[in-house]
Design a protein around this ligand. Structure first.
Ligand SMILES: NC(=O)c1ccc[n+]([C@@H]2O[C@H](COP(=O)([O-])OP(=O)(O)OC[C@H]3O[C@@H](n4cnc5c(N)ncnc54)[C@H](OP(=O)(O)O)[C@@H]3O)[C@@H](O)[C@H]2O)c1
Length: 243
């Protein structure tokens, strides 16, 4: 498939549905070979088939991002199947939505494990491989809750703040290795997750996953001397300047 990412290898976590799926489809449509990671094999297989029917190339890796072996395994499989790794998109994420003091400690741990520890483990596995070739691009999908606090989203907010902090440090540490790190902070996007988080929002006001994918593509394709570290993206009907 011809495209601006021809010859590049991408790994997308959370690729089985929602924003991650849209990003995987967009990367494949631009010619990247994409490793699709999530826990649901059947859903990943469907995404792979969708990509393949459009003439693209993808490989399924079933794994939990919060497990070090899975993170290492996904990166190793990208190298084995496609010869390297150029792009990592950390999109897998979960939420639990309750007032902070009513949040079960086990739920807190689970959210932190997937949303903060997961991207840490994925980056830890990917950076040495990218560094070998002196180039790479990592895009972390945080959230508006990585920038401000939302009531009833305490654990989720804390996990995305952790991801923001990690991103800021990593970006500085890996720039000398030729690796770029970006973070995207979306507001409400029409997916399963937002239906849980914000049942008060009608679907008609939510952003589409493809709109976030377009922004991720823009960041990945950036060349030259300009670089965008962070993108905040809000629903058109929400108040400007959430940060
Ligand atoms: N929707 C929004 O309004 C919104 C706004 C801002 C930021 N975000 C962020 O965008 C990202 C994607 O969210 P979404 O809205 O697309 O949610 P979604 O539709 O619920 O998709 C979540 C994805 O993460 C995967 N996932 C969950 N736990 C995982 C684990 N332990 N290991 C591997 N994969 C896992 C899921 O696949 P499996 O269940 O198959 O594992 C699924 O592919 C999340 O990080 C979320 O915080 C969403």
């Amino acid at each position: 498939m011809e495209g601006s990412l021809q010859g590049q290898v991408a790994l997308v976590t959370g690729a089985s549905r929602g924003i991650g799926k849209a990003i995987a489809l967009a990367l494949a449509a631009e010619g990247a070979k994409v490793v699709l990671m999530a826990r649901s094999q059947a859903a990943l297989e469907q995404v792979r088939q969708e990509i393949s029917s459009e003439g693209g190339e993808a490989h399924v890796f079933v794994g939990d991002v919060s497990q070090p072996e899975a993170a290492q395994g996904a990166v190793a499989e990208a190298v084995q199947c496609y010869g390297g790794l150029d792009i990592l998109v950390n999109c897998a994420g979960i939420g639990v939505f309750a007032p902070l003091v009513e949040t079960d400690p086990a739920d807190w741990d689970r959210v932190m494990a997937v949303n903060a520890r997961g991207p840490f483990l994925m980056c830890r596995a990917a950076v040495p491989v990218m560094a070998e070739r002196g180039q790479g691009c990592i895009v972390n999908i945080a959230s508006v809750v990585g920038v401000k606090g939302y009531v009833n989203q305490g654990a989720y907010t804390a996990s995305k703040h952790a991801l923001m902090g990690m991103t800021k440090v990593l970006a500085q540490e890996v720039q000398p290795l030729g690796i770029r790190v970006h973070v995207v902070c979306p507001g409400g996007v029409d997916t399963d997750l937002v239906a849980q988080a914000r049942p008060d929002l009608g679907r008609s006001v939510l952003m589409q996953p493809e709109e976030i994918a377009e922004i991720v593509l823009f960041l990945i394709r950036q060349k030259g001397r300009a670089i965008i570290d962070q993108v905040n993206v809000r629903r058109r009907s929400s108040a400007p300047w959430f940060s």
